[in-house]
Design a protein around this ligand. Structure first.
Ligand SMILES: CC(C)(COP(=O)(O)OP(=O)(O)OC[C@H]1O[C@@H](n2cnc3c(N)ncnc32)[C@H](O)[C@@H]1OP(=O)(O)O)[C@@H](O)C(=O)NCCC(=O)NCCS
Length: 354
């Protein structure tokens, strides 16, 4: 039997920190309102010239280094993002990292995107169709904020988090998942024609307080865990009140719930992997911990994953050197392939004219 373990994790957060006080210089709001209604104290905003692929690649490099693998081991790249572009960010990441033999796809399930992607990566690895999957959650939501809509603009931020999921014979890792959607609620949270995020906050709040505990409960029952056995719940960081409500319903005390919404706000698909990285850094996520990840958001969509956290992998200096060479080589390889494509285009045009 094959298992799917998370063996590496990494994050990237843009440098620019926007505090609530700074938000209140842009619109009619204040720190007290934002904190008491959402638990958010600040958020990160990416630079204008900082792309989704830049952020995704930075988090991926950190995860690869942590995992102690060489990039050529990766055979699939999944990028969860609500801010999808064309071509897929996953393809840009694959090219930038010089991953030679991998599929690459973007998954657009907004705030549930990372949980969906992780569940799918786990299933691919367990089924044997892929063995080493790079899963990234990345968002650049700041350009989608309508600064005239204070109820929404104060809640969201930018960032990226990545994990490496790899096959192993050792029991544990990603054990089970549940994934759901209800498209009839699509107009509660969507991008309008101006590419501004529009939200019916009250409806989304009601949905989230129902969906989050329901998904967590179902995945717990799939793996046979009682609330008391869960070591850490890592929920999507949308609103502290939603998280506290779920903690009560589930009977999992807040000491066993990871929260970092104060620093980043709602980073949609990036929120769960960012939380994973910080939970590990803070010693809140340890080997063999029974962990539940939950996502919910636009779609409407929601889901949960049950994981037994893996033993940390030692990173390897030699592999790091090899990877750095691969990243540098990737630029050259990409340019060479482009030039080759242009040349073959010219040649075929010439032979067409003859
Ligand atoms: C958005 C949310 C924080 C609003 O909280 P709320 O308690 O429902 O607040 P309301 O929308 O009822 O607004 C209450 C008042 O605050 C005002 N208000 C809204 N945004 C404000 C802001 N940023 N600053 C100050 N006042 C604000 C409203 O205008 C309203 O004023 P009024 O009573 O004079 O009309 C809450 O509905 C929520 O968290 N929803 C879920 C959002 C979410 O998690 N989305 C992502 C899911 S992935």
């Amino acid at each position: 039997m094959k298992y799917a373990h998370i063996i590496g994790w990494g994050k990237y957060t843009p440098e620019r920190i926007l505090t609530n006080d700074e938000m209140s210089t842009m619109m009619d709001t204040n720190d007290e309102w934002i904190r008491s209604r959402s638990g958010i104290g600040a958020r990160r905003w990416a630079r204008k010239d900082e792309t989704l692929a830049d952020m995704a690649t930075a988090s991926a490099v950190a995860a690869i280094e942590h995992a102690g693998i060489v990039v050529s081991e990766i055979d699939m790249v999944i990028v969860a993002t609500a801010t999808a572009i064309f071509p897929a960010t996953a393809c840009i990441v694959q090219d930038r990292l010089g991953i030679p033999n991998a599929g690459a796809v973007d998954l657009v399930v907004a705030c549930s995107g990372f949980v969906y992607s992780l569940a799918m990566a786990g299933d691919m690895v367990k089924a044997g169709s892929k063995n080493c999957v790079l899963v990234i959650g990345v968002e650049k939501l700041s350009p989608m904020m309508n600064l005239e809509d204070r109820g929404t603009a104060v809640l969201f931020g930018d960032g990226a988090g990545a994990v490496i999921v790899r096959g192993s014979a050792q029991p544990g890792g990603i054990l089970a998942s549940v994934l759901y959607a209800d498209g009839s609620g699509g107009d509660d949270l969507y991008l309008n024609d101006k590419r501004h995020l529009v939200m019916n906050g009250r409806e989304v709040y009601k949905f989230a307080t129902r969906a989050m505990p329901a998904a967590a409960k179902e995945v717990m029952s799939k793996v046979g865990w009682r609330s008391a056995q869960v070591d850490l719940l890592i929920p999507h960081q949308a609103n502290i009140r939603i998280i506290e409500s779920a903690s009560k319903v589930l009977g999992i005390p807040m000491e066993k719930v990871f929260v970092n919404i104060e620093k980043y706000g709602n980073t949609s698909a990036a929120s769960v992997p960012l939380a994973i990285c910080e939970a590990v850094d803070q010693g809140r996520l340890r080997s063999n911990d029974k962990t539940i990840l939950v996502g919910f958001g636009a779609g409407l969509a929601w889901g949960a994953v049950a994981i037994v956290w893996d033993v940390p992998h030692p990173s390897s200096k030699t592999k790091q050197v090899l990877n750095r060479a691969a990243y540098n080589g990737a630029k050259v390889r990409s340019r060479f392939k482009r030039a080759l494509r242009q040349l073959s285009d010219k040649l075929s045009n010439r032979s067409d004219k003859k």
